[in-house]
Design a protein around this ligand. Structure first.
Ligand code: SAM
Length: 341
């Protein structure tokens, strides 16, 4: 089904009837197939939408990447506004560098997602912006990219975060749009500071973000084989950079949930997601917990930190014979689970 933002684009399909267009981070997998008469390429930073979009037909038009190559030039682009304004700033800089001079740059998004304030960010590249349409609790704004555009280099947007946690000093790379950009999350800190003995073998950091947990595991247990996974191309990129910064050999996998993960692990560590886009969504973590019996060996364990208000203990007890709450603060609960059923 088309998302409300895509429905607004379909109402305005005459905009895309001529020229080459780049659509960025669509919030459903159907928009490119719906506007099949138009010449559209799609830049995805989220692996779930990338996969769903490819299933609808023309695989070649879809690219999953942290930054879109600027050697391909388009007549126009539409960015679906992300939750993070910093991520939008970076996307505008990237996409403006992909447009011909005076190309059109459009923003679409839900009113409650902050589309109206997001439009101000177009001022960096457009002298004038205007509202094109509003419907379905969404708005579509746009302008012509008529200001001088700098070459886009994702490395210039990276932040180096120096961490000192649980007796270990190390660095991670962060980018706008990556979870808790530029700092250590308090839940993650609680997990690392109360980590039970790290089991050696194959270790998984699920929903790795900038790679804070995965790099810690690889530094503390160099003989282990560490895998990190995330649905976001920005997170995958940062985790790879973070591993390089610490001279670590790890594997970073783009995956929606556990779908792209193979084999069993001796331990899984996670500060799991509870949002999809701007919506609160527990389904990813619920389905992750429900599938763990296929991914954790008989003697393996799960270490999971979550906001205290999220009641995962019942779900964990369905999967494991031994579930202990090893630490709790006013905000977070830390669980260790073993003896998978
Ligand atoms: C709470 S953050 C934790 C990030 C990192 N481990 C840390 O502790 O700083 C959860 C992560 O899960 C990722 N995520 C969200 N939905 C996902 C999905 N469907 N599959 C895999 N990862 C997902 C997010 O991109 C985010 O990086």
């Amino acid at each position: 089904m088309l998302s409300p933002a895509s429905q607004v684009l379909v109402r305005n399909e005459e905009h895309f009837a001529t020229g080459k267009w780049l659509f960025v981070n669509p919030t459903d997998g159907h928009i490119a197939a719906t506007l099949r008469q138009a010449d559209i390429s799609v830049f995805h930073q989220y692996f779930d939408m990338y996969q769903q979009s490819k299933k609808q037909g023309n695989e070649q038009q879809h690219t999953f990447t942290a930054a879109y190559p600027t050697d391909k030039k388009f007549d126009g682009a539409v960015i679906y506004v992300p939750k993070s304004k910093e991520q939008l700033k970076m996307l505008i800089a990237n996409v403006a560098a992909c447009l011909h001079p005076n190309g059109s740059l459009l923003l679409v998004g839900e009113n409650k997602g902050g589309i109206k304030s997001a439009v101000k960010l177009l001022d960096a590249v457009c002298s004038q912006t205007n509202k094109i349409d509003s419907a379905r609790h969404c708005a579509l704004f746009g302008g012509q990219v008529d200001k001088s555009i700098r070459a886009f280099d994702i490395a210039k947007w990276q932040t180096l975060v120096e961490l000192s946690v649980a007796g270990l000093d190390y660095k991670v790379c962060s980018l706008p749009g990556v979870f808790n950009h530029g700092s250590l999350d308090l839940g993650t800190k609680l997990l690392l500071e109360n980590l039970p003995n790290i089991q050696s073998g194959r270790l998984l950091d699920f929903g790795c973000g900038a790679g804070v947990i995965g790099c810690y595991l690889a530094l503390k247990s160099p003989a282990s084989d560490v895998v990190m996974s995330d649905v976001s191309a920005l997170a995958v990129y940062c985790s790879e950079q973070s591993a390089k910064l610490n001279n670590l050999e790890v594997r970073v996998v783009a995956s929606n949930g556990l779908a792209e993960i193979n084999g069993k692990f001796s331990a899984v560590y996670t500060n799991p997601p509870f949002h999809t886009g701007i919506q609160t969504d527990y389904s990813v973590t619920e389905s992750f917990i429900g599938q763990l019996n296929r991914y954790i060996s008989n003697t393996g364990s799960l270490v999971l930190v979550a906001n205290k208000f999220l009641r995962y203990s019942e779900l964990l007890e369905k999967q494991f014979n031994a579930v202990s709450l090893i630490e709790q603060t006013s905000k977070f609960s830390l669980y260790q689970c073993g003896r998978i059923k």
